[in-house]
Design a binder for this molecule. Structure first.
Ligand SMILES: [Zn+2]
Length: 444
């Protein structure tokens, strides 16, 4: 059955024809079949959803998340998780008491937070990926869930993790809204070269991508220069990593002169400006990456690092951080930032060429914000793109659709009971903390 989504403003993201006022998006079988201005009187009747005085736009894509970690939101405040010391003392000290049954409620909390703030698709990476998928399925979000791999050069760990990853990826539907991916935690740092070769082979064989952290510090380059006499991206190219869909999360310290290596490949720089700021790390070179022709996407990272998953805030932060570090106002334009958070994100997730835009053939993933919640300047003074980034927030998103299915209407998430999930998360946290305190007592 067809659904017609009608609104006073439809922002398509398509450069040649960006806005229809009023506009209509026609959806069938999970895809957009037509988009355009409302011809004559506004349509009405069965199958028509008229959102009235609202902006309809493509849903945002979170290209780097760790959904179970909302369980530990707050434990790392005041600590940089991009340092090994900070990671071990805060996160790892809690994660060692995490067991599979403590995952689902926190995934539900994260999914509800993402839907609530305008995200319609995300790339996840964590252990217990098989515990993540059922909750994401229930949420209705589009996702690439990567099985997190840490092997530290250990033959037994590598074999075990690769077997588990294979079984997990094969358990997901290649044509589904959710697909399993391969999640090496960090190349050369905790995934050695034998593992990387096997991970690339696995991704090629199963037709999926890899999702890893990269250049949070210069550790990969230091390792590769010492071991191979060449920087990391050159070694990664030789290993075939740039021939498969590849999400490189953070990229804070990636050398600008090496960005052309990523241009025209299937690799994506998934930047997380809030985490760079909160960790005192350098800003990822977004302007240089765009100029070099590299696909750039936006992520939240875990909420211990970031504290929230509101990609509207993340878009705004990207723009301000780029201007602040370069001393060039508007160094990355509002149009470019919206493209990063929509079409760039779908490219990161190995989506179709038009996904992330409201155009025929694209996936029917969209969100709506009441115009009254956008503090927009006068027409002619401020662009709609600028207003969407700098004059609204994820909290204003009222409607959300993924693959033609409504996940949120009138500000109410219909697929996840967020209150129940938060109550269960509190119980899970109490369990986790109880185990930690007991273990510390036993060690004394
Ligand atoms: Zn991360």
């Amino acid at each position: 059955m067809k659904t017609l989504v009608v609104a006073d403003t439809v922002w398509t993201g398509y450069p040649a024809n960006p806005v229809f006022e009023p506009g209509v998006v026609e959806v069938e079988d999970g895809r957009i079949v037509a988009v355009g201005p409302v011809p004559g009187p506004r349509p009405a009747g069965p199958g028509v959803m008229d959102l009235g005085e609202a902006v309809v736009m493509p849903g945002l894509v979170n290209a780097h998340a760790h959904t179970p970690m909302s369980l530990m939101r707050g434990v790392a405040e005041g600590v940089s998780l991009l340092t090994m010391d900070g990671f071990l003392q805060t996160l790892r000290a809690h994660e060692e008491f995490l067991t599979p049954e403590l995952v689902a409620a926190s995934v539900a909390v994260s999914c509800a937070d993402m839907i609530r703030t305008g995200t319609t698709a995300f790339a996840d990476q964590y252990f217990y990926a098989d515990e993540i998928v059922p909750t994401v399925e229930r949420s209705g979000l589009r996702a690439r869930v990567a099985w997190g791999i840490v092997e530290l050069g250990d033959d037994e760990a590598r074999a075990r993790e690769l077997a588990a990853t294979t079984a997990f990826v094969e358990s997901t539907d290649p044509a589904g809204v959710i697909r399993g991916w391969v999640g090496p935690h960090a190349f050369f740092v905790d995934n050695q070269v034998e593992a990387i070769r096997a991970e690339v082979d696995l991704a090629v064989r199963l037709g999926v991508g890899l999702h890893a952290h990269f250049s949070t510090s210069s550790e990969e380059d230091e390792h590769c220069l010492a071991e191979y006499g060449r920087p990391a991206l050159h070694v990664m190219k030789d290993l075939g990593l740039l021939d498969v869909p590849l999400i490189l999360a953070h990229c804070n310290t990636v050398p600008v002169d090496q960005l052309p290596l990523l241009a025209g490949t299937r690799a994506t720089m998934a930047v997380i400006p809030s985490v760079a700021m909160q960790s005192g790390a350098p800003a990822a070179p977004v302007r240089a990456a765009l100029d070099a022709g590299v696909n750039v996407a936006l992520g939240s990272d875990n909420v211990c690092n970031n504290t929230n998953v509101d990609l509207f805030e993340e878009m705004r932060t990207l723009g301000k951080l780029a201007a602040f570090t370069s001393k060039v106002p508007n160094q990355v334009t509002s149009r470019e930032i919206l493209d990063i958070a929509t079409a760039g994100g779908h490219r990161a997730l190995d989506g179709g060429p038009d996904d992330g835009r409201l155009v025929p053939g694209a996936v029917a993933d969209l969100i709506a914000i009441p115009i009254s919640d956008i503090a927009r300047g006068p027409r002619g003074a401020q662009s709609l793109e600028s207003a969407l980034i700098y004059c609204t927030s994820g909290a204003s998103v009222r409607s959300s659709m993924v693959a033609g299915r409504w996940l949120m209407r009138d500000g109410v998430v219909g697929t996840i009971d967020a209150g129940a999930a938060r109550a269960q998360q509190q119980a899970d946290w109490d369990t986790l903390l109880g185990r930690k305190v007991a273990a510390e007592g036993a060690r004394r």
